[in-house]
Design a protein around this ligand. Structure first.
Ligand code: FES
Length: 171
C-alpha cells in the first residue's frame, strides 16, 4: 500500500486488498474485503481499493469517524470520482452580488467533487448534489475485529486471477 495526497487530504491506494469470502458474504453474493486497521484510518482520510489493472475500484472514506464506500467510477462520464477533492457544500442565503457574497461552507468533509467535470456527490449517500436521481454505487462498511471491512459486489471487486508464468504454468 502507498500513501499519497489526493484532493488535499491524505489518501492511500491499496492494490492488493485482503479478501475473504465468508459464508455470510457468499450467501449475500458479496465479496468481503478487509481494507485495513481502523486505527490507521483516521477521520478525513481515504483509501482507494484497486482490485487489479483495468478495474475502477472502490473508495473508502472516513467521514467524521464513520466509514463510507463508493465505487470509484463517476456516473457522469466514468471519471475516477474517488480521487476528487473532498470538501463541503457552498450555500448562500441570497443570490450573491458583486458587493455582497454571503456564502457559507456546510457539511465540510462530506462532499466529493469529481476531478473530471466537477460534479459533486454526497459521500454518505452517493447522491449527486444537483440531481439526486443520479447516484454513485455505495457498499456496506463495517468494523470487524478492529478492521474496516467492505462488502462489495464481486463484479466491482473480482478476485485477482492467479499469476501465470510464460509457459502457462503457475509460478
Ligand atoms: S466524469 Fe465525473 S463529472 Fe464528468
Amino acid at each position: 500500500m502507498s500513501n499519497e495526497s489526493v484532493g488535499g487530504r491524505q489518501s492511500a491506494v491499496t492494490s492488493n486488498p485482503t479478501s475473504v469470502l465468508s459464508p455470510q458474504s457468499s450467501a449475500l453474493n458479496t465479496r468481503r474485503v478487509v481494507v485495513g486497521p481502523a486505527a490507521e484510518f483516521p477521520p478525513g482520510t481515504r483509501r482507494i481499493i484497486v482490485p487489479f489493472r483495468g478495474r475502477a475500484g472502490i473508495g473508502v472514506f472516513n467521514v467524521n469517524g464513520a466509514y463510507h464506500a463508493l465505487r470509484n467510477l463517476c456516473p457522469h462520464k466514468a471519471g475516477p470520482l474517488c480521487t476528487g477533492r473532498v470538501s463541503g457544500r457552498v450555500v448562500a442565503d441570497a443570490p450573491p452580488t458583486a458587493m455582497d457574497t454571503n456564502l457559507d461552507l456546510v457539511r465540510d468533509g462530506e462532499i466529493i467533487r469529481c476531478p473530471w467535470h466537477l460534479w459533486e456527490f454526497d459521500l454518505l449517500t452517493g447522491a449527486c448534489l444537483v440531481d439526486p436521481k443520479v447516484r454513485v454505487k455505495t457498499y456496506p462498511v463495517s468494523i470487524e475485529s478492529g478492521d474496516v471491512v467492505i462488502y462489495a459486489d464481486p463484479a466491482d471487486m473480482p478476485e485477482q486471477p492467479p499469476a501465470v508464468g510464460r509457459n502457462g504454468a503457475t509460478p
